[in-house]
Design a protein around this ligand. Structure first.
Ligand code: NAP
Length: 295
């Protein structure tokens, strides 16, 4: 199949490497000429250009740019597409993307391969990045079934676990497990820095070990990522932050009141609940997509 990828970075380049190895012909478009050149050298694409006209023969196009330029990229891409071309994206937020792009192109289905590394750009692209990772598709009522099926057929051989859900459900779910943790972790670091005694603060830095390393990791990452989450998933993130603040207040109350029974019950409950979040999900049945709300 002729597949197009726009945005040859970590995700676009990794998709290119894997889809090429499945025998597809991959054409890539990126902003910089040197990125196009490196994508060809690395085997992520068969041909590449900085011009969107390269997408004219593509049957399916994956939009893999940063979220902020997705809408303008699709608007610029449309004059080069055949009407039956299926468009999909890989953005980490779905409500905003689907709202912006679905009205522009009928054959569009939102997608989110949930794999990545801390690196970015074409040099960071990796083969087999998506193996065993969830790949969420977010068709809406107006999405043609053929568009969803075609994207599924293309990504399933990458050994992903396919899920379907509404864009808003996706955004609420990732707010809980990805976006809220970044804000909580960043708040933790900021709170520690508020220690009034310089001597205690220095001591805390010296004593910090694996527990602090685990809980501060995502809050000490690339600020661009946190800004992206807050900007494009604002309402779901604010909703989960408010809920988190309520729970935190509850914990403060129990400790102030020395309500050790309630505190212990809560800690027992969270210990039991954690594996359901952290253990691997079950792989999708062959030929069928898992679903939060039945597809
Ligand atoms: P990335 O490594 O920075 O790659 C994005 C690439 O897009 C850049 O390398 C850049 O290439 C190109 N680009 C920028 N503006 C462009 C434009 N106007 N037209 C064409 N190409 C353009 O970022 P990424 O991590 O792959 O993220 C890409 C998308 O995947 C984002 O929407 C993100 O939400 C989503 N995502 C990311 C992860 C993750 O963990 N990183 C996971 C899942 C989904 P040049 O070198 O040519 O400028």
């Amino acid at each position: 199949m002729n597949i197009g990828i726009v945005g040859l970075g970590l995700i676009g380049g990794s998709l290119g490497l894997d889809l090429r190895s499945q025998g597809h012909h991959i054409s890539g478009v990126s902003r910089k000429q040197e990125t196009c050149q490196r994508a060809i050298e690395r085997g992520a694409v068969d041909d590449a250009s900085t011009s969107l006209s390269l997408m004219e023969r593509a049957e399916v196009v994956f939009i893999c740019t940063p979220l902020g330029v997705m809408r303008s990229t699709v608007a610029a891409l449309i004059p080069h597409l055949a009407p039956e071309t299926v468009l999909t994206d890989v953005g980490s937020v779905k409500g905003w993307v689907v709202e912006e792009i679905a009205p522009l192109w009928a054959n569009f289905v939102g997608g989110h391969p949930m794999a990545g590394t801390a690196e970015s750009g074409i040099e960071a692209a990796l083969p087999n990045l998506f193996v065993n990772a969830p790949y969420v598709l977010t068709p809406i009522a107006s999405t043609p079934a053929r568009a969803t099926q075609l994207v599924e057929e293309i990504v399933r051989p990458l050994q992903v676990q396919i899920y379907h859900c509404q864009p808003e459900e996706h955004d609420r779910a990732v707010a809980w497990i990805s976006h809220l943790p970044v804000m909580v972790s960043a708040s933790l670091i900021a709170a520690c820095l508020g220690e009034s005694s310089p001597a205690v603060l220095e001591m805390a830095k010296s004593l910090a070990s694996s527990g602090f390393r685990d809980t501060s990791r995502v809050g000490g990452g690339n600020p661009e990522l946190g800004m992206m989450m807050a900007t494009y998933n604002r309402s779901a993130l604010v909703r989960s932050l408010h809920a988190y603040r309520e729970i935190l207040n509850q914990f403060i109350h129990w400790i102030e009141q020395e309500n050790w029974v309630a505190l212990e019950q809560a800690l027992q409950h969270t210990r039991q609940a954690r594996p359901a979040f952290t253990d691997q999900g079950s792989p999708c049945q062959s030929g069928q997509a898992s679903s939060f709300s039945q597809p």
